[in-house]
Design a protein around this ligand. Sequence first.
Ligand SMILES: Cc1cc2nc3c(=O)[nH]c(=O)nc-3n(C[C@H](O)[C@H](O)[C@H](O)COP(=O)(O)OP(=O)(O)OC[C@H]3O[C@@H](n4cnc5c(N)ncnc54)[C@H](O)[C@@H]3O)c2cc1C
Ligand code: SF4
Ligand code: SF4
Length: 620
Amino acid sequence: MHALSQADGLGEDVRPTMDVDIACAGFGPAMGGFLHTLTRAWSENPADPAFESAVTPGMPLQVVCYERADDLAAAVSGVVTRARGIRVSFPDFKADEIPLATEIRQEKVLYLLDPIGASRRSFGLRVADTVLRILGPLARVRNHAFELPWVPGFLHKRGGLLLSLGQFNQWVASQLLSSGFVQIWPGTPVAEPLFTGQGVAGLRLADQGVDKHGTPSESYLPGMDVQARLTVIGDGAVGAIGQAIDEILGRPKGHARRDWALGMKFLIEVPESAELLEPGTIWHTLGYPEPEIFGFLYVHPERLVSAGIVVPSWMHDPGRTAYRYLQHFIQHPALWRYLKDGTLRSWGAKSLEESGRHGEPFLFGDGFARIGEGSGSTNLLTNSGVDEAWTTGVQLAEAVVELLRAGKPFTTAELDATYGARRRASWVEQGAREAENSRIGFHSGTIRGLIGLALAGLTHGRISLAGSAPPPWEQIRKRMRPADTLTRRAAAQFAVQDGRPFHDALLTARGWPEIPFDGRLLVTHQDALLMGGKVQAAPGFADHVHFRDLTLCAACEDKTCVAMCSGQAITLNAEGLPTFECEKCVHCGACLWNCSHSQDGEHGNIEFGAGSGGLHSVEN
Ligand SMILES: Cc1cc2nc3c(=O)[nH]c(=O)nc-3n(C[C@H](O)[C@H](O)[C@H](O)COP(=O)(O)OP(=O)(O)OC[C@H]3O[C@@H](n4cnc5c(N)ncnc54)[C@H](O)[C@@H]3O)c2cc1C
Ligand code: SF4
Ligand code: SF4
């Protein structure tokens, strides 16, 4: 058995080990679905010998889950979901049991016109915008927004739920912990999987008492090796364990993870005096602040509103930044009339894996199985990831219970016959197939992308555009015009004179108006890092962001890693090279796919591993 690295260099005899039956990495909705289903089957028949431990005879099944974040509510999204799988798991589910949750009551799709003329719109879009403006209310254009006459069937979430993912995760975790059947350890990053040949035999926890490079100090505490019969990986879009498995096993033929997005959202409290939309109101938006950026507005109970944007990897621009774009988004007249007197309660950012089935890894192998977004479950057509992630966890748990009862081992063949079979036969798989090529068109432009999305959506995937996605680092500069380079140079000068972050200078240089800070809702990026949650890293862990080759960075004009960093954790040092500050990192994982250079033609120049810290707010 071996792990990928032996960072401690002190030999294996000092490293503690523990044997369990099932070891789990990450606690998101996928793991919630897995542990909920497993413990429910167990609690229905506690005397069932299937739930006796094989590694500690005489003891109950040993199930332990490790979560990197320092609480179990570290999620980011305000979530709309049809909740098909979640409602099967909780047939008596009542939205009012979970803070910020409600039934969905109203849904709209809005195409947002650019009210200030700053966004990078193609000629075709400008023409369409002009026509809409001339038609005005006749074409349902109000407050610079065109309301689609209907919500396309593939997008609607009628009858579904609006949740705070942080609150939902916490609600699930509290039930699991009170059941006493499983252990969940927050604040415990898993460093890497333990490999046995092509299989996985457990998890290695991150070393503590090391410096930022991983060198042991006097308080060195080597991370434990948790040896397990089954290792369940639910570490999300950018998880280090999933990445390590892909490095060793590769991916199924023709599969690659090349489409990504960064989702960033604000949770805003609207005062009593302000006009308020009905709780359960859902807006999906497109068109602004840039044509490539989709947005959302969800109205929770208690005068709380989630507003956010999704910045995709196919936005051909090295100056990507979500934070300032999000500030412009909420100031769009269609949203601002409801949000303008609000207060920022919390915010967050996280990567979304948008390759769908094209990015699906090996779902299982000897001793391991993968669930959730890291297993390619997110549906790109319906913009839905939570219910799918939850359901893959449920499917794996049902398979595990079946194997435990049959006394069968967790081999590739047995997991294929149980978990693989359930997943392939399910609505998650059907949805993933329909969505498979729905986003490809965006690599050739926004209008082509929207046409491809509509075609795939309206025909259930039977008709879609052909194409392929280049590696993410190539997507960044693909359609840059000479004028973009000139603006970037102007912005660089501006940033030096003004001392402001580069991405901020870039949007100003492009003609975006300055943000009228009000200290409440419109605050600087630095101030936001101190609001509504906590950004911090426990001391004694190694850095989790590394630059592979600094000579590439020295020659890099784009510095996309600096411009897009959600936490301003990547900045330039005195030599003009990027440098990482763990204490500011919100663990959005976007630096993994936001570098415009590559050593090997596939990966960017940044490694994103397992680490401590992040921005955590229960309300996210
Ligand atoms: C802004 C935004 C809006 C969204 N809106 C919606 C929506 O409206 N509807 C919808 O259905 N979906 C939405 N999503 C997507 C949804 O959040 C994801 O699809 C879903 O959370 C995936 O669940 P998961 O359990 O697979 O992964 P995650 O929720 O990412 O959970 C993975 C967990 O693993 C932990 N982890 C990672 N690495 C390690 C490690 N090394 N050691 C220990 N723990 C680790 C992470 O901290 C995390 O808690 C949105 C996402 C964002 C960012
Ligand atoms: S990691 Fe280096 S090469 Fe990549 S964008 Fe940043 S500075 Fe450029
Ligand atoms: S350094 Fe941290 S905050 Fe910045 S992009 Fe990477 S993961 Fe996100």
